[in-house]
Design a protein. Structure first.
Lengths: 113, 113
């Protein structure tokens, strides 16, 4: 498949361990955030979202944490599996009432067997 | 329910030519957004259409244009292609409302020679 990014930061974790992927967002006015997963040759796929009035949200095996003070998001994946290997992006919505999102640069997650 | 469909998936053009990419959103979705993805710049917002009207536009030159039809299908056009236009062009559809999940297609891979 195609390479999403040649020089992305890479996080390597052992299968079964927990993964933490970080993202610094750009605009303090952003009020909605999404984490996306992109596998090689595919479009980004929604993982989890969070609104700015929350600081934590949990899904199945995933948790998103939001720290508005330092404009920081993190995605925690529990019991990482080989199928989690992908590039992960955070995206922020500026609250303009449109679907304009600013995407982070992405982090490549490699799961080691 | 069928996902977002983009055509063509791959295409090769030469500098100076123009290209039209097509996107069929998920049935019932009225918003269509376009993003450009390159290894150097990541995912960048091009424009968003809602009910046949451009609702927001990113920071791209006027060579990049788009439109949306009454059935919500969208096209984007790039005229006078440059080498730097080589990218994966991603279309995403969304329900009305202004915030929420973007549902991405698999993209159109454009190579400009």
């Amino acid at each position: 498949g195609e390479s999403v990014g040649l020089h992305l930061p890479t996080l390597s974790v052992q299968e079964g361990d927990n993964s933490i992927i970080n993202c610094a967002y750009s605009n303090s006015a952003s009020d909605y955030f999404i984490w996306y997963k992109q596998e090689s040759g595919k479009g980004p796929q929604f993982i989890i979202d969070i609104r700015s009035n929350m600081d934590k949200r949990q899904g199945q095996r995933v948790t998103v944490l939001l720290n508005k003070t330092v404009k920081h998001l993190s995605l925690q994946i529990a019991a990482t599996q080989p199928g989690d290997s992908a590039v992960y992006f955070c995206a922020e919505n500026l609250g303009t009432g449109t679907y304009k999102y600013i995407f982070g640069t992405g982090t490549r997650l490699k799961v080691l067997a | 329910k069928a996902g977002v469909t983009q055509t063509p998936r791959y295409l090769i053009k030469t500098r100076g030519q123009q290209v039209t990419l097509s996107c069929s959103p998920i049935s019932g979705h009225r918003s269509v957004s376009w993003y450009q993805q390159t290894p150097g710049q990541g995912l960048q917002f091009l424009f968003e259409y809602f009910s046949e009207t451009q609702r927001n536009k990113g920071n791209f030159p006027g060579r990049f244009s788009g439109r949306q039809f009454s059935n919500s299908r969208s096209e984007m056009n790039v005229s006078t292609l440059e080498l730097g236009d080589s990218a994966l062009y991603l279309c995403a559809s969304s329900l009305a409302g202004g915030t929420g999940e973007l549902f991405f297609g698999e993209g159109s891979r454009l190579t400009v020679l």
